[in-house]
Ligand binder design. Structure first.
Ligand code: GDP
Ligand code: MN
Length: 386
């Protein structure tokens, strides 16, 4: 789960990480109030679940009250386009008004999981700020890493090595190392899946401050973090994904035109691969789960159809625990109920597949029945051409 910068900073502050003073606002009036106990310059920052806000015009420095009001008016309600939002951009509802900071150095500091070693890794770079992606792509040697032993945690010497490794002075390392340790502590205690401070700034008087913060929380651990669950902002999520998660479906929107309904995440991924191989592109990933009922199937259909890009539907169900005839009944009921006009290719295999085939054939609906995956993919590309 993604959260906003201001929420991430509140979490980091709990672990002793210095963050600028500030507050949020949803109107220019509130912005002026939030700036009342700060001294100029202040920074106006768009709060959306995407990075690259600085370059997109969502982070502005205000030297006085009239600039503050001008930036707040411009940013609140703007459609902010960054390299992470896609061309459609994201509407800004909230801004963070913060005390401006006198920056000497902009560093990068992050904790993430390295799946190849199954360990957390802390990464630091002296080339922090708005171009870290370029640094990683073209000058990866500028990123220093520390592998963390889970039984020990981030050791003091590792935190210092990272600091010296990115060229900090001894005084600067004294400010940097405790912050690095706190970031690791926050990552573990809050069950994060990503923690990134970019930039972590060193001020002219050698203090370390988190000027930006991006924390992702592991969805599988949310059950044990009530306070974190309350930070969810569904306005920042795809509306169809929100509807699907409320219905207990695993749905991820993609940008192709073949709506997919599959049971099991592995089969869903294989289905997406086969569709691509046949020259088409999936509109979504959708795992209806092992025990899909008629209602689940119906709900899933509804969600697939709400995506205007969908031009054909592929249903691929393997009947293990779920019986194919039940799925067929669900599909028939949903197709009739929602009066679906799009071509539907259906492949059912496993328990009661034969009965399912008979139900589909006698339903009076024009399903295109496929007997295997390859044929299903071929029928989909055919249907798209028609
Ligand atoms: P992002 O572009 O979404 O990652 O947003 P950031 O919070 O990282 O802000 C982008 C850039 O704005 C930073 O890299 C800084 O250069 C600049 N910035 C942010 N806050 C301040 C501040 O308090 N003072 C100054 N001078 N610059 C700031
Ligand atoms: Mn940033």
């Amino acid at each position: 789960m993604k959260i906003h910068e201001f929420q991430a900073k509140a979490i980091l502050a709990k672990y002793g990480i210095p963050v600028p003073r500030g507050g949020t606002a949803t109107t220019p009036d509130e912005a002026a109030k939030a700036a009342a106990d700060l001294s100029y310059p202040v920074v106006v920052k768009a709060q959306i679940h995407a990075g690259g806000r600085g370059k997109g015009g969502g982070v502005k420095l205000a030297k006085n009250k009239s600039e503050l009001e001008q930036h707040a008016r411009a940013i609140i309600g703007m459609n902010l386009v960054t390299h992470q939002t896609g061309p459609q951009g994201r509407r800004v509802k909230t801004v963070l008004i913060e005390q401006g900071v006198d920056i000497a150095k902009e560093l990068y500091l992050a904790v993430l999981l390295d799946r190849s070693t199954a360990r957390l890794v802390m990464m630091a770079s002296a080339a922090g700020g708005m171009d870290i992606e370029e640094v990683a792509a073209h000058t990866p040697e500028k990123i220093v890493k520390a592998q963390i032993d889970p039984t020990v945690g981030l050791a003091d010497y590792q935190a210092r090595q990272l600091g010296f490794g990115i060229g900090l002075s001894a005084t600067e390392v004294k400010a940097f190392a405790p912050l690095a340790k706190s970031l690791y502590a926050a990552y573990v205690a809050e069950d994060l899946s990503l923690a990134e401070i970019n930039p972590l700034v060193i001020t002219k008087d050698a203090k370390a401050i988190a000027l930006d913060a991006k924390l992702n929380i592991d969805d599988n651990a949310l059950y044990r973090h009530e306070a974190s669950r309350a930070l969810r902002d569904t306005d920042e999520e795809d509306p169809l994904e929100v509807e699907a998660s409320n219905a207990g479906l695993n749905y991820i929107k993609l940008d192709g035109n073949v709506g997919c309904m599959v049971n099991g995440a592995g089969l869903a991924m294989a289905t997406m691969d086969i569709i691509q191989l046949a020259g088409a592109a999936p509109a979504n990933f959708l795992d209806v789960g092992g025990g899909a009922s008629q209602e689940t199937v119906s709900k899933a259909f509804g969600i697939i159809l709400k995506d205007p890009n969908v031009k054909a539907i592929l249903i691929n169900i393997f009947g293990g625990i779920v019986r194919c005839d039940r799925v067929a009944n669900g599909v028939i009921a949903a197709a009739k109920g929602l009066s679906i006009k799009l071509p539907i290719v259906i492949r059912l295999a496993g328990t009661n597949a034969k009965e399912a085939g008979e139900l589909l054939a006698s339903s009076g609906l024009a399903f295109k029945v496929a007997t295997d995956l390859k044929q299903a993919a071929a029928k989909i590309t055919e249907a798209l051409k028609a």
